[in-house]
Design a protein around this ligand. Structure first.
Ligand code: NAD
Length: 430
């Protein structure tokens, strides 16, 4: 596989391998790319802050009649390119700063895909496993009411995230619609198809990982039929990516779940192994050879796809990575220190912000379908997803080829240039 020069002189604010907060990561990427592009410092300063952060109190009646009060947030980062877009999570660790950081990250992600959206993120600090279904429904409806004046199909469009799912989005859409006096499906994406959700939404992040892996292999003149792939995580992202690459001729030699990895150098029949959705944590039950997740990361393969957790390729594990190419399926699987080590070793890393952006892209298609009251076929969704992914790939590839930067920097350069140009021409009101 051909290699590419990489940049070592651009400053990074992170010098240790401590996991960064989402806000630190988003700001580090902003400042890093601002220095490469020599962006107007006035625009950078605006992007360094969210437009608004809504903090709300969400009281609910528990099934036993007592009342509990939770705190919810919606951080809206930037809307220069269109309405805010981003997930709502239910998790005990949800904080204001986390929402701001993840909201900034959504701004970059929508821009690299050239979607007409800005970034937002929100959630409720609650353990969803400690709620019954009816408590979760009451929490969601009350949260929708508290956010009602700041969300909407033309202002801010939430989606599912950790701890929330299509049913949560259905309750949110129903609560919003009841208060507005009309059915407004476009207020959220990731809904069940029967109320305006899109075909292909669930598989989209894994599908985009496969499309980008294929494009990257073509770029490095690596025929898929001669490509070996290891995938960590066999859930929505990992299983869909592995199965498509298998279908397109690659040899998937390792897949894994939380219990360990299945390894077969002659190739795994990916359709014969149930994904996390089909039968949770069943990968190793189907394996004749089991290796650990750490061993999977260090296999001598052409492509490594971490698609389970964040921060698995670290300063400690990066020196042992033996893949020719890493494609990030999970969010943030590579630490900043590991990123530098892999760059030094000329191992290209295709970043999450591009590779797994199929989810938000099909959310955009869902929003278009809702606004037009016209559903698309699965075939149309998949065709248009491929078109959007390849257009984004082309834009990032052009920056990668034109500048002495990593794939990650190239993706952020595409995103930040679009956002900064939009700020520049719109100006600062008043
Ligand atoms: P999922 O819950 O469907 O599957 C997760 C998989 O990872 C399971 O197979 C699980 O067994 C495995 N796993 C859990 N802990 C592990 C460990 N310690 N070691 C190895 N494997 C482990 O999750 P998903 O939706 O596929 O998400 C995976 C990653 O992709 C996350 O980082 C998520 O944020 C990111 N992502 C998801 C989407 C989406 O819409 N689903 C979109 C973009 C990014």
């Amino acid at each position: 596989m051909a290699t590419h020069a990489h940049s070592t002189e651009i400053p990074s604010t992170s010098t240790t391998d401590e996991p960064e907060s989402a806000l630190e990561t988003a700001r580090r990427q902003l400042h890093r790319v601002a220095s490469i592009l020599e962006l107007d410092p006035n625009i950078v300063e605006r992007l360094n802050h969210p437009t608004s952060v809504h903090e709300v109190t969400v009281p609910i009646k528990r099934d036993d009649g007592t009342v509990d009060v939770f705190t919810g947030y919606r951080a809206q980062h930037d809307s220069v390119r269109g309405p805010y877009k981003g997930g709502l999570r239910y998790h005990p660790d949800v904080t204001r700063d986390e929402c701001v950081g993840l909201g900034m990250w959504m701004t970059w992600k929508c821009a690299v895909m050239d979607l007409p959206f800005g970034g937002a993120k929100g959630g409720v600090a609650v353990d969803p496993k400690a709620l019954s279904d009816s408590e979760k429904e009451r929490l969601t409806r009350r949260f929708a009411q508290e956010l009602r004046t700041v969300i909407g199909p033309l202002t801010d469009i939430p989606a599912p995230d950790m701890g929330t799912d299509p049913q949560t989005m259905a309750w949110l859409m129903d609560a919003y619609s009841m208060q507005e006096g009309e059915t407004i499906p476009g207020v959220v994406t990731g809904k069940p198809p029967v109320i305006g959700g899109s075909e292909g939404r669930e598989e989209a992040p894994g599908r985009s990982v496969a499309i980008i892996t294929k494009a990257a292999c073509e770029y490095y003149k690596q025929p898929l039929s001669e490509t070996t792939v290891a995938v960590q995580g066999y859930g929505s992202v990992g299983a869909n990516a592995a199965r498509l690459l298998d279908q397109w001729g690659a040899t998937v030699v390792a897949i894994s779940d939380v219990n360990g990895a299945m390894y077969d150098p002659t190739g795994i029949d990916t359709h014969a192994v149930p994904s996390h959705d089909e039968q949770p944590e069943a990968v190793t039950e189907h394996a004749s050879t089991v290796i650990s997740n750490d061993e999977l990361l260090t296999l001598d393969v052409d492509v490594l796809i971490p698609a389970a957790l964040g921060n698995v390729i670290t300063e400690a594990t990066a020196p042992a990575i033996d893949a020719q190419l890493v494609v990030e399926g999970a969010n943030g699987p590579t630490s900043p220190a590991a990123d530098r080590l892999l760059a030094d070793r000329d191992i290209p890393v295709i970043p999450d912000i591009l590779a797994n952006a199929g989810g938000v892209t099909v959310s955009y298609f869902e929003w278009l379908q809702d606004i037009n009251r016209r559903a698309w076929s699965l075939e149309r969704v998949n065709d248009e997803l491929e078109t959007e992914m390849l257009a984004a790939w082309e834009a990032v590839r052009a920056e990668f080829d034109a500048r002495d930067v990593t794939w990650r920097d190239a993706a952020y350069i595409v995103a930040l240039s679009r956002i900064a140009d939009a700020h520049d021409v719109r100006g600062l009101w008043p």
